[in-house]
Write a protein that binds this ligand. Structure first.
Ligand code: FES
Ligand SMILES: [Fe+2]
Length: 398
């Protein structure tokens, strides 16, 4: 595929339809996505509770990139490219651990927790160690959530932090801990996974467990009536302000973000089997009000906030036709396993739902690979996906 053909695919996109096959198979488009999206936008890397002590680290990896997320002696969270400044070897081979310094296994150059080159064996006296520190990635913490950007000039997160400050305080974003992270590798292009997350048209046929708890699986007109009744009801005690600045609705120079609150089905308290309570309340929440919130930052990081726990979703490409979905479960930092929550009950809903998603996404890729696939008409329930597609096509053209 040459460049002209690729740009033609973007220009030939018909709004209201799914993408052409080339978007899910072309190496050239995939490389453009890595450059224009994954090296530009903010992504959830993990949580501060994964690295409580200085020298703790974990790796954040996608495509051909590996980033070390660590805590310095001063307690600051930093991110470095896992690429030695000598001849480029990976430095950290373990996915997580604790170190006093990062020492390259190849020729033993050694870097401190701030990424500065400490020692380079047998190099000449005129070798400038200060010019050979590790490449740094930008880090922004939203409460304990660690976001990174590999961009030279990252998009701003300031208006998101200002708009949602009260919401983050209410749900105690700085008083949570990560209690489970599961990776679900998917044999499909990353967009099929994120597009699937962005629409609930498939919820009713594909997620019977989810559809018994959440109202979002309803048809748009029924959901609208149900949502209005919920917002007007006395039980709705969490009055947060929705923000819709996601994807193509984002302001120029800002990372896209969205926050909203939706009703659960009658009698449901949380995202568990039977809608039962899952853990102690988050932050300043004091009751179950029959709702749950959604929050997203950037193109691949999504959160579902129940009154008593939060679930994070992140989609990352591994190659043109493989990706990984990581699911994170958070509870109040004081909650104890076995006492305040049960890990199996806490993780049940989004584990069964993600396993079902993996299957439908893989089947989607198989059909898209066929010679007979052609873009199909999107439904009203896929309008969020349409926003993603509008934004995505614009990002490819940059
Ligand atoms: S490549 Fe790291 S020390 Fe040589
Ligand atoms: Fe799904």
């Amino acid at each position: 595929m040459n460049k002209t053909y690729q740009l033609e695919l973007v220009d030939n996109y018909q709004p209201g339809y799914s993408l052409a096959q080339g978007f899910y198979k072309s190496d050239e488009i995939y490389q453009k996505e890595i450059n224009n999206i994954f090296l530009e936008n903010w992504m959830l890397a993990g949580h501060a509770s994964q690295i409580p002590e200085h020298g703790d680290f974990f790796l954040f990896e996608f495509d051909k990139e590996s980033v070390i997320i660590t805590r310095t002696k001063e307690g600051k969270i930093k991110a470095f490219l896992n690429v030695c400044r000598h001849r480029g070897s990976l430095i950290c081979l373990e996915k997580k651990g604790n170190v006093r310094a990062f020492t390259c296994p190849y020729h033993a150059w050694s870097y401190n927790l701030d990424g500065e080159l400490l020692a380079a064996r047998l190099m000449n006296d005129d070798f400038d160690k200060t010019a050979n520190g590790l490449h740094q990635a930008h880090v922004e913490c939203i409460g304990g959530l660690i976001f990174i950007s590999l961009a030279k000039d990252p998009l701003s997160l300031k208006s998101m932090q200002d708009d949602l400050k009260d919401t983050f305080d209410l749900f105690g974003f700085d008083r949570m801990k990560l209690v489970q992270q599961k990776s679900y590798p998917i044999n499909a292009n990353w967009k099929l996974a994120t597009e699937n997350y962005q629409e609930c048209y498939h919820c009713s046929p594909s997620h019977k467990e989810y559809s018994k708890i959440h109202a979002l699986a309803m048809s748009p007109s029924r959901l609208e009536r149900y949502r209005e009744a919920y917002l007007a009801s006395k039980t709705n005690t969490i009055r947060t302000t929705p923000v819709d600045l996601y994807f193509d609705l984002a302001n120029e120079g800002d990372e896209g973000y969205q926050y909203g609150r939706d009703p659960l089905l009658e009698g449901m308290k949380s995202g568990t089997n039977g809608g039962k309570a899952a853990s102690m309340f988050l932050g300043n929440v004091t009751d179950y009000d029959g709702g749950s919130s959604e929050f997203m930052v950037g193109p691949v990081s999504f959160f579902l906030i129940y009154n008593d726990h939060m679930v994070g979703y992140r989609f990352l490409p591994l190659s043109v036709d493989t990706c990984v979905c990581d699911v994170f479960w958070f509870v109040h930092e004081d909650a104890e396993d076995g006492q305040d929550y049960n890990l199996d009950q806490l993780t049940w809903l989004w584990d069964v739902t993600t396993q079902a998603d993996e299957e439908i996404i893989v089947n989607n890729q198989k059909g898209v690979d066929s010679h007979f696939y052609s873009p199909g008409k999107l439904s009203e329930m896929e309008d969020f996906q349409q926003n993603f597609l509008n934004w995505y096509l614009k990002a490819l053209k940059k």
